[in-house]
Design a protein around this ligand. Sequence first.
Ligand code: MG
Length: 392
Amino acid sequence: MSTEQAVSVFVAGSTGSVGRQALEVIESSPGRWSLLALAASGSSQASLDALAAQAARSRPRFLAVSDPGGAAALAAVVPEGIEVLAGPDALAELAAMADVTLNAVVGFAGLGVTMATLSAGRRLALANKESLVAGAPVVQRARRTPGAELVPVDSEHCALHQCLRAGERGEVATLVLTGSGGPFRGRSRSSLASVTVDEALAHPTWRMGPKITVDSSTLMNKGLEVIEAHELFDVDYDRIEVVIHPQSIVHSMVTFRDGSTLAQLSRPDMRLPVGYALGWPVRTEVAFGALDWAAAETLEFEPPDLDTFRCLGLAFAAGREGGGAPAWLNAANEVAVAAFLGGALPWLGIAEVAEDVLASWDRAPLDEVADVVEADGRARRAATRAIERVLA
Ligand code: MG
């Protein structure tokens, strides 16, 4: 047992998949972390109920929800001594108070937590890639705040973060991002015209929330991860590769200029990258996802099919454009995925909407957070019009 003071943690998006696994990680090492606060992923009754149950078990000092009505209802049911806060200012206050904030909010809505944590000079454990992808110009500036630190939770970027510790930055030749290929790996474009939501949500190796699971099926998730890797590690797009690896055991690799490739391997278990980011720079004592090397294992690698999975190429294009292009692509994707999940857009339509919206990007600069939010809004309206065109 360490005699050092526990690191205080704020889990934003605690009722989602990554948030729930983060609470398991924290519980697995008593005394290492203290839970400062939890914030729900949504404002539905189900997420309020889930937050109340988490509070009763984990006993954070604070809870945060988006609206005052939900806060009042929650305050009536949680154990005494837990303070319930409401609104975006509450999230910012908690992010400034905690030693580490885990941003496990889903989608662009996570921008506020990312900005608040970095601007307060705190450590951000980032499981919300959308805020970095869409808000890169402003997030990178906030990242330069003294004390601010960004440690990725995304399993590929956690792998890269680990592999990069093996050499100097100038020695890196390429970052190699792996992806499972999702449920539709090997399928032709024509055979994907009528796939259902259930088929898209049947991920072969990872169990995740619905938005990211659909993104995995289109390879948009991998595309957003390419942009995320560029922003996190400042490596040119020409030196970022994607390789399909169906077993999801190799989480990503770094090739150095002398030809050496280093990889990080473990079972697909998000508790490992969550623990790595919360514990950085000291690894957790509990092993999550360790491989059994006595058991036979075959690892396969193949190039991605860019004709069938066009979202990957679109993301490379948006990343190379820079500025607001990734924000437009991300917003288009969020709108298109929501429409697909609601049964209002075919699966192939997701890439069509993304391509259409990216082509209409207005090149407005992103100097402030408000510019990012407005760009996101304009792109969402463009996406709604694009869906109408695709369906016409
Ligand atoms: Mg990932």
